[in-house]
Ligand binder design. Structure first.
Ligand code: VGL
Ligand code: ZN
Length: 202
């Protein structure tokens, strides 16, 4: 029986993060069948959607002369400059067609403010502006969250760390995630998650 206190949070399974997309995560689509199967086991199911305006500050293209994947210091901290991806209303921003979205209770969009990125499903990258997800989960009595999706070392990890900080029991199903792995970001994210008490499961 699916427990009403346990939520599955499916992070950013969108066309642009899958093979053929603008910020493709290697093998990003290989996790979809498992995610579809896992949804039935949870009392609460949430999907997140990276949802950027075309003038978003995280796009290298919006910083003349800046290289893709270089770093820039923003008022809220260091920011990776990404290829343009998940532009609001684009096909790339749509969920991968293989993902079963009907079982979802909530779709939460993030990264929709031009001036700030939002990796986490809970807070924007200033670590203080909420997305509203914590309030939703609390109101529904959720105490444990399981995270799957893309990418392990960015949006999944940031979400897991915030969830742990907010007091949820947190599990990441690594087999249902795939990583970008930029300059050691995966090893770093795994270490931070382990230190925060996040359970890294297969
Ligand atoms: C993501 C980079 C930029 C992610 C989103 O979903 O992990 N990564 N935007
Ligand atoms: Zn993004």
């Amino acid at each position: 029986m699916a427990k009403p206190t346990e939520a599955l949070i499916v992070i950013d399974v969108q066309n642009d993060f899958c093979p053929g997309g603008l910020l493709a995560v290697p093998d990003g689509d290989a996790i979809i069948a498992r995610i579809n199967a896992a949804m039935r086991g949870f009392g609460v199911r949430v999907l997140t959607q990276d949802w950027h305006p075309a003038d978003h500050t995280s796009f290298a293209a919006n910083h003349p002369g800046a290289a893709v994947y270089s770093m820039l210091n923003m008022p809220y901290g260091p920011q990776v400059l990404w290829p343009v991806h998940c532009v609001q209303g684009s096909v790339g921003a749509q969920f991968h067609p293989g993902l079963q979205t009907d079982p979802a209770d909530l779709v939460i969009r993030k990264g929709f403010r031009s001036a700030i990125d939002s990796y986490s499903a809970f807070f924007e990258n200033d670590h203080t502006t909420p997305t509203g997800l914590d309030g939703y989960l609390r109101a529904r009595g959720v105490t444990a969250v399981t995270l799957v999706g893309l990418a392990t070392d960015f949006c999944v990890a940031y979400s897991a760390l915030d969830a742990a900080r907010l007091g949820y029991s947190v599990t990441v199903l690594e087999g249902a995630c795939r990583a970008i792995d930029l300059n050691g970001s995966l090893a770093n994210a795994r270490e931070l998650m382990q230190m925060a008490g996040v359970v890294l499961s297969v």
